[in-house]
Design a protein around this ligand. Structure first.
Ligand code: GRF
Length: 190
């Protein structure tokens, strides 16, 4: 059995998709969901599946080893960022080399970096008149959205698209590919 933990900040629909994908497959267990917002819908979703949750603030992440220690005690095979908006600090990156992955709702290296999340990304893609967008799953390093790319998938951007309709296309790609990419990383480690 492989254990993963998932970091979230908001809705948690990708987290739910990952949980559902691995349920009943018997090879991967979502051991805990870490969340930086006590009011996040993701926490309710995790609780509905009976997954333990941990809510933490900036002190626990940046000014102490509290989150690091919690992770070390779980010893996960993979740490998955699924809509987690804070930067992962160096102490955690160094403790889990090659074991932290993120999903970004655009084709990196375009539209990445601080402040580039959710609707901001889709607005920027539309403002530039791009005809395609997509998703990037990548390893996490010290800089936002700059770790090695593991996987990308594309979708068309149509003239009629709004940030909302583009977000729906991107979410569909995420649901289709993120769990399967996680599975590959766990079952066939690099
Ligand atoms: C996703 O689009 C993901 O790419 C980005 O944040 C969004 C999270 O959505 N990093 P959800 O919370 O999984 O619904």
């Amino acid at each position: 059995m492989r254990d993963i933990v998932i970091f979230v900040s908001g809705s948690g629909s990708n987290m739910q998709r990952i949980v559902e994908y691995f349920r009943g497959r018997g090879q991967v267990c979502v051991a805990k969901v870490f969340c930086n917002r006590p009011d996040a819908l993701a926490l309710k979703r995790a609780e509905q599946f009976g997954i333990p949750t941990a809510v933490f603030g900036k002190d626990a992440l940046y000014r102490s080893d509290a989150v690091l220690c919690a992770l070390q005690s779980l010893s996960p095979d993979l740490i998955v960022l699924a809509g987690f908006l804070w930067k992962i600090p160096e102490n955690i990156i160094h403790a889990f080399p090659g074991k932290i992955v993120n999903i970004h709702p655009a084709l990196l290296p375009r539209y990445g970096g601080k402040g580039m999340y959710g609707e901001h990304v889709h607005r920027a893609v539309l403002a530039h008149g791009d005809t395609e967008s997509g998703i990037t799953i990548h390893y996490v390093n010290e800089n936002y959205d700059e770790g090695d790319i593991i996987f990308q998938a594309k979708c068309c951007v149509d003239r009629e698209d709004t940030p909302d309709t583009l977000a729906k296309k991107i979410h569909a790609l995420e649901y289709e590919h993120f769990p399967a990419v996680i599975e590959k990383l766990l079952i066939i480690p690099k």
